[in-house]
Write a protein that binds this ligand. Structure first.
Ligand code: AMP
Length: 193
C-alpha cells in the first residue's frame, strides 16, 4: 500500500526544508498547502485574494478551502512513493478529511513525524530569517507579530491533531533543534521502520 507521510510541527520548525530533503531522498511527492496558497496569492486567483490577508496575519485558512485545494491538487496516482504532507493537516477536521479521501482509495497516512521545537527557539529563528532575507524575498507572514498569531493558531487548532494521530499509533517525535542534516537522518530512519 502507498505510504503517505505527514510532517508535523509548529511554524518555522523546518517542515518545508525537511520536506524537500526527504522528498529528494525518497521520491515522495512534497505536498505543501502553504506553497499552494502562496502560488494562488502570486497569481491573484479568487482563492489567492481570499487567502492573502488571512495568511499575512498568521491565521488559518478555512478547512473547506484547504480541503478544496487538496482535492484539486493532490493527484495521488502521481505519487506512487507516497505524498509527503507539509503544513497539512492543521486541524482535526482536515485530518479527518484526509483520512476519508485516502480511505476511498484504500490508502492511509502511515506515519506522522512531529518536528519538536520550543516556542522561544521558533521566535529567534524567525527574527534571524527576517534579518537575513532581502525585503523582496520575505514571506508576507515573516514578522514577529504574525508568528505570535501563528503560534496561537498552532497551539489551539493544530496541536489537537497530534492526539488524533497518536491515538492511531502513528505519531513519532524528532528533535527539530538538531542540525538540519541530523533532523533529515532521524526522519529517514523513522520512515524506514
Ligand atoms: P505554511 O507555509 O505551511 O507555514 O503556511 C503559511 C500560511 O498558509 C499559514 O499560516 C496559513 O495562513 C495558511 N495555511 C497553509 N496550510 C494551511 C492549512 N493546512 N490550514 C489552514 N491554513 C493553512
Amino acid at each position: 500500500m502507498t505510504a503517505h507521510i505527514v510532517l508535523f510541527g509548529p511554524p518555522a520548525a523546518g517542515k518545508g526544508t525537511q520536506a524537500k530533503r526527504v522528498a529528494a531522498a525518497t521520491g515522495m511527492v512534497p505536498t505543501s498547502t502553504g506553497d499552494m496558497l502562496r502560488a494562488a496569492v502570486a497569481e491573484n486567483t479568487p482563492l489567492g485574494q481570499k487567502a492573502a490577508g488571512i495568511m499575512r496575519a498568521g491565521n488559518l485558512v478555512d478547512d473547506a478551502i484547504i480541503m478544496g485545494i487538496i482535492n484539486d491538487h493532490l493527484v495521488l496516482g502521481d505519487a506512487p512513493d507516497g505524498a509527503l504532507f507539509d503544513g497539512f493537516p492543521r486541524t482535526v477536521a482536515q485530518a479527518e478529511g484526509l483520512d476519508s479521501l485516502l480511505k476511498e482509495r484504500g490508502e492511509e497516512v502511515s506515519k506522522v513525524v512531529n518536528i519538536v521545537v520550543p516556542d522561544e527557539i521558533l521566535l529567534s529563528r524567525v527574527e534571524s530569517r527576517i534579518a537575513e532575507t532581502p525585503v523582496a524575498e520575505r514571506r508576507s507572514d515573516d514578522s514577529s507579530e504574525a508568528l505570535e498569531v501563528r503560534l496561537v493558531a498552532y497551539h489551539e487548532q493544530t496541536v489537537p491533531v497530534m492526539a488524533y494521530y497518536r491515538s492511531q499509533g502513528k505519531l513519532v517525535d524528532v528533535d527539530g533543534t538538531a542540525l538540519i542534516d541530523t533532523v533529515t537522518q532521524s526522519i529517514l530512519v523513522h520512515l524506514s521502520e
